[in-house]
Design a protein around this ligand. Structure first.
Ligand SMILES: Cc1ncc(COP(=O)(O)O)c(C=O)c1O
Length: 438
């Protein structure tokens, strides 16, 4: 039997009591705004309270991997709930967390990323890596080595430490002055000339490998990551890879760093770790880092960082099930034709008026719209947002990054579903662009 929802009552209560992330709330609460109330999901599809279906065009904010309501992940969560939903990770441990750490380390060569620190989301995965890096240097006697080098337009999350790394102005509002020192660069070629990079105050370089997400799906040149690793090695500076978006098959390999055979000192994972079902994050690091934190309690080497839900067994069980699905359903092996088809679909849409550029990395795509003269639309016009809103009427849910429309379906998407999704974006873009730039 289907559930029956009272959409109007739900929306009224939402507008009365909720505060949504990254959302201009006056517009949200306006009388003429009708939010989509999502009630179900199946595979790459979502359904709202009125029974309308949408392709999950951005994998529910870049999280979902194998589709919604996957029987194996659902079962694993249910089985774990029957045992226990949550136990403390401070002073006790649990089997799913132990197995997950073992399996995550197993994706990397023996003796590399062999330690796993569990937390809750992408921001805390990055925050933990930053704090580990800074404490490592302090314990080695480098008290001032707390500067991070990051990239223009980077995004690494919203907790204070992670936010300090970000290069996007909007996410900095209200937190400047309470952050780690950061130097932003546009490419690794700038590193050697940076004062302090060699033997100075730099704790680590932090990067989203292969592609910057919140910057608008901007891809890095091939080989860039490897040359960055080399420069960090030469300078003795840590390399933190933020694979919160790129991890778990999104770029065509399990992890983006594998495409350039780079192993970081810290690897941050979240979003797709549980298949996109429940919050969980992991920060992987090396024995070199971990061993520096060993000592007598009086030495003060303990890593004093953690959260109430660290190591949550339900999250770990979901993550294990997601890894099982990768293996049992040969998910990565099936990606090549999907990546190729996405390339063809992007090539088609690129010829449409107003489509300025398309960018792709694996099964991640960005479609940037601009005025016909090549100039960006004034941001207040919110053209990207309008296209995504219109696209809902054609059966796809996604969100833009400014005027770049994100197309990033779950990895289980079929070739036909991808074509349907791109058709919806194309129709919506045509409609909105006709009005915005007639
Ligand atoms: C590359 C990257 N790092 C970190 C984050 C923050 O993750 P979360 O929203 O789970 O805190 C995001 C979120 O979009 C991201 O794309």
């Amino acid at each position: 039997m289907r559930d029956v929802w009272n959409t109007q009552a739900l929306v009224e209560s939402d507008k009365k009591h909720l505060w949504h992330p990254f959302t201009p709330m006056r517009d949200w609460c306006a009388e003429d705004h009708s939010p989509v109330v999502l009630v179900r999901g199946q595979g790459a599809w979502l359904e709202d309270s009125e029974g309308r279906r949408y392709l999950d065009g951005n994998s529910s904010i870049w999280t979902n991997i194998h589709g919604h309501a996957h029987p194996k992940i659902n079962r694993a969560i249910q089985d774990q709930l029957e045992r226990v939903a949550h136990v403390s990770f401070l002073g006790t441990t649990n089997p799913p967390a132990i197995e997950l750490a073992t399996r995550l380390s197993g994706y990397f060569p023996e003796g590399t990323l062999e330690r796993v620190f569990l937390s809750d989301d992408g921001s805390t995965a990055v925050e933990a890596a930053m704090k580990m890096a800074v404490q490592f240097w302090q314990m080695a006697g480098h008290m001032n080595r707390s500067r991070f080098i990051t990239f223009e337009n980077a995004y690494h999350g919203d907790t204070l430490g992670a936010a300090s790394l970000g290069g996007i102005g909007a996410f900095q509002r209200g937190v400047t002055g309470h952050q780690f020192p950061v130097t932003r660069i546009s490419g690794p070629e700038e590193l050697d000339a940076l004062p302090g990079f060699h033997h100075g105050d730099v704790a680590a370089v932090v990067i989203e490998p292969l592609i910057q997400g919140a910057a608008g799906m901007k891809t890095w040149p091939k080989g860039m990551l490897r040359s960055l690793r080399k420069k960090c090695d030469e300078a003795g500076v840590f390399l933190i890879l933020d694979e919160v978006m790129t991890g778990f098959g999104r770029t065509g390999t399990m992890f983006a760093c594998q495409q350039e055979e780079v192993i970081p000192d810290f690897l941050c994972l979240a979003k797709g770790l549980t298949g996109g079902y429940v919050p969980l994050a992991a920060t992987l690091t090396t024995a070199k880092v971990f061993d520096a934190f060993l000592g007598d309690v009086e030495e003060g080497k303990t890593f004093y960082y953690g959260h109430s839900y660290s190591g949550n067994p339900v999250g770990c069980a979901a993550a294990l099930a997601s890894l099982d699905v990768f293996r049992d359903e040969c998910v990565l092996e099936k990606m090549a034709p999907k990546i190729e088809r996405l390339g063809e679909l992007l090539a088609e849409i690129k010829n449409e008026p107003g489509i300025y550029e398309t960018r792709q990395c694996g099964l991640i795509a960005g479609i940037e719209v601009r005025q016909r003269n090549g100039a960006a639309f004034p941001w207040m016009m919110r053209v990207g947002a309008k296209i995504c809103l219109a696209a809902r009427r054609y059966g796809i849910l996604t969100r833009p990054v400014l005027d770049t429309i994100v197309f990033m379906p779950p990895l289980c998407v079929t070739l036909e579903e991808m074509a349907d999704g791109m058709r919806a974006i194309r129709t919506a873009a045509k409609e909105v662009l006709m009005e915005a730039d007639p």
